[in-house]
Design a protein. Sequence first.
Length: 245
Amino acid sequence: MIYFPVTQGSEEWNDLRKGRANSSEFEGHIITSKKWEPVTGQSRRRYALRLVTEQILGLSLDNFVTPAMLHGKDWEPKARAAYEMKYGVDVENCGYCTNDEGTAGASPDAFVGDDGLLEIKCPEQPYIHLGYYLTPETLRDEYWVQVQGQLYITGRKWTDLISYFMNLPMACVRITPHPEFQKKLDEALRLFINDLALLADLARERGVEFATDRQDPQIYREWLSEEDVETYLASLRARKDETNG
């Protein structure tokens, strides 16, 4: 594992995630949650195209924020403190982790000691949390692939997956690496990373310039500015004049 001590949600964190397969996206894009098979079809291709586009632009395309995400961000510190009080442990905020090759990453919410991870869910609606508390297996099943992906990336021994809503009991499920799933995930991820590299190679062969290849440190600009349009029109007028002349 390679660890980057950045603040989750920061510009540095987004910069590390862009163009790289992340555990929160493994399900539905890289591996199926039921049969543990590599994902095929348009969902996988769209995800690969999105990552390659991020590599080309040098920008994250995943900047949308929903009300549920804002709710989770606001409540996460409370959930972390409640977990520490309930289990009598100190946790360390986690930044961003990648595998040794740097081809895939994960952002668990916290490290617990030397062996554990903490993944926090704060449902926007209390009845969703109550469902997790009454039947914890539904919490485990919903986030199984994401958590297994975090364990795969970090090499940690377990994750406490919790759901928190104030004034209701906390739901907590401890998940350990599943050997068979980890093997299937490794195979599916390596296949995806290989296909991602082939797609990037194809883009370069077609003349697409990647952000990492550009000498200009300014990695973003509008594709068509007024200056671009005027330059193009001037060239058309010049060619027309040459033809008429």
